[in-house]
Design a binder for this molecule. Structure first.
Ligand SMILES: [Zn+2]
Length: 121
């Protein structure tokens, strides 16, 4: 039962101005409590959204750090993407093909590796 139901019930049953005044006061108090609660929830929501965005940024950064490929020399998932350039073949470059330059992060390998990728890659 919300405050408005309560006040309507009281008006029907008791219809007196003093009771009505009491209930308006009660209603104002409840409204003010709800406003405080609403403000507090807005602050919590804002803080939670900020925290979520921080985690999201961290997760995006983490995904960027992940090796995209397994090293063809040592077969470990240690290839790091160094840079993406237009494909060295001008015909492929015109079609939007790129060349991805990788370097193996495995200290006992350290090979460089490049790979042609399609325009979506
Ligand atoms: Zn390697």
């Amino acid at each position: 039962m919300n405050p408005f139901d309560t006040i309507e019930k009281w008006i029907k049953e008791h219809g007196s101005a003093s009771i009505l005044r009491d209930h308006v006061a009660l209603l104002k108090e409840q409204m003010s409590n709800l406003e405080r609660e609403n403000l507090s929830l807005k602050v919590k929501l804002h803080n939670t959204e900020t925290e979520r965005d921080d985690y999201k940024n961290k997760a995006d950064g983490f995904a960027d750090e992940q090796p995209a490929e397994t090293c063809p020399y040592c077969h470990r998932a240690t290839l790091r993407l160094i840079e993406i350039k237009p494909n060295p073949n001008p015909h492929f470059a015109m079609m939007g093909f790129k060349q991805r330059y990788y370097k193996c992060g495995n200290p006992s390998c350290g090979q460089a590796y490049d790979k042609s990728v399609n325009p979506e890659g």
